[in-house]
Design a protein around this ligand. Sequence first.
Ligand code: AMP
Ligand code: MG
Length: 494
Amino acid sequence: MVNANNEHPGQDPIGWRFDNTYSRLPDTFFAPAKPATAKEPRLAILNRQLANQLGLNLNGVSPEAAAALFSGQDLPNGSNPIAQAYAGHQFGGFTMLGDGRAILLGEHRSPNGDLVDIQFKGAGRTAFSRGGDGYAALGPMLREYIISEAMFALGIPTTRSLAVVTTGETVYRQTRLQGAILTRVAASHIRVGTFEYVAARGDETNLRVLADYTINRHYPELADSPHKYLEFFRAVLDRQAALIARWQLVGFIHGVMNTDNMAISGETIDYGPCAFMNTYRADTVFSSIDHAGRYAYRNQPAIAQWNLARFGETLIPLIDPEQETAIGIATEALGEYPALYQEYWLDGMRAKLGLQTSEPDDLDLVQSLLTWMEKSKADFTNTFRDLSADELPTKDQYSGPDFREWHANWQKRFSRESRPITLVKAGMRLVNPAIIPRNHRVEEALAAAEDHDDLSALHRLLEVLVKPNEVGADAAMYEEPPSDNGSYRTFCGT
Ligand code: AMP
Ligand code: MG
């Protein structure tokens, strides 16, 4: 490995290249923050593949030094820790929030030129902590690590996880838990809630500052557009429509789609009570606090639109000086969202069923498969994977008349595509994952890590999750759905 120091004199030995653009924004957007002292930081897991991608050379760094680095005891050269201000609609109610347990170290420039946020989650109290302790527990931080890396492997836009360190501090929840810090890498942490924060303060000057900053960072192609704020709104609608469609197509349930957990970059952000659906049920909810099922699987597209309506409201003063005109324009743009989403989703479903052309009856074909899946309690992931096999596996559930009829219709449909069936099936296997983070496998890996300091199950799980379309030797145990699908509950990772 080349020593960056010798190669480019004056460079940081690890390869950090911070350019802290967010902390050069006006003071109203953040408060200075300092990671808390950690008694005994220990590295739990480090994502070396991601480190390499970011141009970070951690090979010569000892585990102790890495633990000090990823717990904020030794801050990277050029970082400038802050907590970001934001607001949010949580389960529909508006609140002023801000990073209560997250600290942004700044933005690092990757070798490919991307500017990415480096953030510690669980690094102690900030100006926005309100009643909270600013800490996070090991289980939830490892959970975010697993699910975010699985989402990345599935090709879904997401924040990434670079490291988890245990702090040696005790965190008090219902029980005593080990404190931990996750190092999160994101395109940015600008949220719908960041816009709601400035808008709620009636600060039009800073609203424009934030919009221009975000456009330059995430939608630079719009910077010179004559109607750039409207185009910005449309572009965010488009990315969210695409993102939520991707979630639906793999059965990912975010669990807490508050506006502060919706990133303007279009990445999936804030993995709390999220989980993947097993048996197909459109009303599936895993989160223990989501009593009304607001964030159920079937509601995700509509909730995204609700959040985007809140986003559009913040942009009204920028879209047109005449409020009525601006509202009319924004409402029209928002009205295009359902069709936009539906197109992404249906295109994705066609691909899952091996279809490259489109026909008017495709929606019916998809809907009738989903109806059958719901009725026969079929596993969402495994059904699509079974359909992707060269020969449909012999299973009881595929022997009934409803399924046989659907299957015959499907076969008729792709016979009109005039592609060899082997090619169709090979293509399907590329879009229908065999492996998703099954809830019981995730829980098993977390329990071993939390209770016995044993990360071997977690590493084995990650090994299969990063190649979701491959069926390796021990794939069967990771493909099998849990037996208690209906009763699984997730908790907010605080
Ligand atoms: P989340 O559920 O992680 O999206 O967090 C929602 C809000 O609560 C954010 O403003 C967090 O910063 C804040 N928060 C969550 N947990 C804590 C904690 N332990 N201490 C302080 N603030 C917290
Ligand atoms: Mg959040």
